[in-house]
Ligand binder design. Structure first.
Ligand SMILES: Cc1cc2nc3c(=O)[nH]c(=O)nc-3n(C[C@H](O)[C@H](O)[C@H](O)COP(=O)(O)OP(=O)(O)OC[C@H]3O[C@@H](n4cnc5c(N)ncnc54)[C@H](O)[C@@H]3O)c2cc1C
Length: 279
């Protein structure tokens, strides 16, 4: 539907295909998308792409009705961090959480293998290793699907057994919301310089007793869990920290790290805190 007196531009055609749909839980999926007849662009680990579906695409069964119904002819587009390796040329993976009241995610959750989707050819984002000196340690802190860019970063930047230490601190509600857990546990087992610290906020819901950490993901920084694994407490002199996911976690972590002398990296100023806000 276009405004009267205005000629609407034709919507871009759905130029990509879903080649895998991995359901982590009813509210979390990994979508694998392959370009159909064009070459995927290069990207740096940590960057994001834009994907989209028309308003006419069906909404999944867990979705709430839309407060403002989407135009069936228009593409609904949103940014998603690329979770797959920058070395993989065949597809891009996206780790997506269902927002039941949202415009796009209920439609993404209805997709099946072979369905068409729009994938923007332009990749963007500054949430990368570009400003991290090669010798410095890296702590990646995420809530929920904020883990996505780290999976891409690890696949490119983790040199197993190498001199750089990398830690992933991942917070979720339940153990079944900890996507990529088995891959991260395997990496930790294989690579002495890699640490994986998951934490859940609702241990009472677990079907079997939860033996790992419980509470906010930032607690893993303050309660010494990371220090015990590394044998030292990270400082701005030896460590860069990445933060990705919910605004509450990011605000809390920036404040906490700021008290220890860490500064946020901006376009104008160098710093050791790198931030990607999802909303
Ligand atoms: C750079 C960037 C990268 C992103 N990467 C990812 C990613 O890898 N995976 C991912 O799932 N999302 C990611 N997002 C968020 C994504 O772009 C959408 O905002 C999200 O999927 C909701 O889209 P929607 O159309 O369903 O909801 P909308 O109709 O756009 O409603 C958005 C509202 O839902 C809430 N919301 C948005 N995201 C969440 C969430 N994850 N959990 C709870 N509430 C939320 C906020 O209140 C927000 O205002 C990213 C956002 C940015 C800016």
């Amino acid at each position: 539907m276009s405004e009267p007196g205005r000629t609407a531009l034709p919507e871009p055609k759905l130029n990509a295909v879903v080649t895998l749909r991995d359901e982590i839980s009813p509210w979390l999926i990994i979508l694998r998308v392959a370009a159909d007849g064009w070459a995927l662009p290069d990207f740096r680990p940590g960057q994001f792409a834009v994907i989209g579906l028309p308003g006419s695409a069906p909404r999944g069964t867990l979705a709430l009705p839309e407060e403002h119904p989407s135009d069936p002819d228009k593409l609904i587009r949103r940014a998603y961090s690329i979770a797959s390796s920058s070395l993989t040329r065949q597809y891009m993976d996206f780790y997506v959480a269902l927002v039941t009241s949202g415009a796009l995610t209920p439609r993404l959750f209805s997709l099946q293998i072979g369905d068409r989707i729009w994938l923007g050819p332009k990749i963007a984002g500054m949430f990368t290793f570009d400003q991290v000196p090669a010798a410095e340690s890296v702590v990646m802190i995420a809530t929920g699907t904020g883990l996505a860019p780290y999976m891409s970063m690890l696949s490119t930047h983790l040199m197993c057994g190498g001199p750089r230490r990398i830690a992933v601190l991942h917070g979720a509600r339940h153990s079944w919301d900890l996507g990529y857990r088995s891959q991260l546990m395997t990496l930790q087992h294989l690579c002495g310089n890699f640490t994986y610290l998951p934490t859940i906020s609702r241990p009472a819901d677990e079907p079997t007793p939860w033996v790992d950490a419980a509470g906010y993901v930032q607690d893993l920084w303050t309660n010494g869990a990371l220090d015990r694994s590394w044998g030292f407490h990270p400082t701005p002199e030896n460590t860069h920290v990445f933060l990705c996911g919910s605004p509450a976690m990011i605000d809390g972590a920036v404040e906490l790290l700021g008290r220890e002398g860490f500064k946020e990296q901006t376009k104008k100023e160098a710093g050791q805190i790198h931030v990607e806000r999802y909303w």
